[in-house]
Write a protein that binds this ligand. Structure first.
Ligand SMILES: [Zn+2]
Length: 93
C-alpha cells in the first residue's frame, strides 16, 4: 500500500493530503512566502487550499504563532494577494 504523507493545517488542525494544502514557507532570510510550487526550501507550514483557513490564517495572524515571531502586516498582505491570485488562476482553468 502506498503511503500518502499527511500534513496538518495550521488553522483547523485537520490532517490532509499535501495536494489539498497550500504550503507557506519561511526562507533562510526570514521572508515568508506562499510556496505554490511546493519546492522552496525552508520552514514549511500548511494551510487548507480550499475553504476559509487561508483567510483565517491571515485575519488571525496565525503565522506569528507558528513561526514564534511578530510578522509584519506587509507580509500578510502579500500572502493574501498571492492567495487570491492563486485562487483566480485555479478558477480560470
Ligand atoms: Zn484548514
Amino acid at each position: 500500500m502506498k503511503h500518502i504523507p499527511l500534513r496538518s493545517c495550521i488553522v483547523c488542525r485537520q490532517q490532509k493530503d499535501k495536494g489539498d494544502l497550500l504550503r507557506i514557507v519561511r526562507c533562510g532570510d526570514g521572508d515568508i512566502l506562499l510556496d505554490i510550487s511546493g519546492k522552496l526550501g525552508g520552514h514549511g507550514a500548511y494551510v487548507c487550499k480550499h475553504g476559509d483557513c487561508m483567510d483565517n490564517a491571515i485575519k488571525k495572524r496565525v503565522l506569528n504563532r507558528v513561526y514564534k515571531c511578530q510578522i509584519d502586516n506587509s507580509v500578510y498582505e502579500r500572502l493574501q494577494n498571492d492567495y487570491y491570485r492563486f485562487k483566480t488562476d485555479e478558477n480560470g482553468n
